[in-house]
Write a protein that binds this ligand. Structure first.
Ligand code: ADP
Length: 186
């Protein structure tokens, strides 16, 4: 599914984020940048050891933010290690922190003159953020930042790993298109 917002593209696809040729790839990292399972493990395996070395040098990242490294053997130029919140029932600023993680990635993308960026579904795996709510926060934030962007960034793609996650993001994107007059579904 694809949408247009102020001349930029917001796209949802089923796939493996490690295979994306976007300028930047966002990772769902932990705050110690220590490497883990899920998408983080897949990105580190595909990128090679330079990624863990760079992460160790940086040392950590607060929840709700992101840090940039190179991308080792990946096709991308950068990996933005974004730290989403662990779901603790919704009363611990989870939505704000999740939006912050996406926002910081888009800021890093602008700073590094990226034209395109790929995102996984941050926090909806081991961190157990309810999928429908996470999809709504993620797309709301990315759409808002794309709408505001005056830089080079023209494409953001969510690379979703299974059918249920893709379906939840598709529902959330349709919902967002009803709310935002500047967002048109293709
Ligand atoms: P978190 O700890 O932030 O919840 P996870 O890695 O556990 O992160 O899960 C986040 C999402 O990433 C889940 O939807 C999971 O299915 C997905 N995922 C796992 N591997 C990949 C991959 N190679 N490409 C894209 N998404 C992936």
């Amino acid at each position: 599914m694809k949408a247009k917002i102020s001349g930029k593209t917001l796209e949802l696809i089923l796939g493996d984020i490690t295979e994306q040729a976007t300028d930047a790839i966002a990772n769902a990292a932990n705050s110690r940048l220590a490497g883990g399972g899920g998408v983080d493990g897949a990105i580190h395996r595909a990128a090679g050891p330079t990624l863990a070395n760079e992460c160790a040098r940086i040392g950590g990242c607060p929840t709700g933010s992101a840090v940039a490294t190179g991308a080792g053997n990946l096709k991308a130029r950068y990996v933005f290690h974004a730290v989403g919140p662990i779901w603790r029932g919704g009363g611990q600023d989870e939505a704000k922190l999740l939006a912050g993680a996406y926002r910081k990635c888009l800021e890093l993308a602008e700073e590094k003159s990226c034209k395109s960026i790929a995102f996984p579904s941050i926090s909806t795996g081991v961190y157990a953020y309810p999928l429908e709510q996470a999809a709504s926060v993620a797309l709301g934030e990315v759409a808002e930042q794309l709408a505001r962007s005056a830089g080079k960034l023209h494409r953001a793609v969510f690379v979703l790993f299974d059918g249920a996650t893709l379906a939840a993001y598709e529902t959330a994107l349709r919902e967002l298109a009803r709310k935002r007059k500047d967002l048109q579904l293709d």
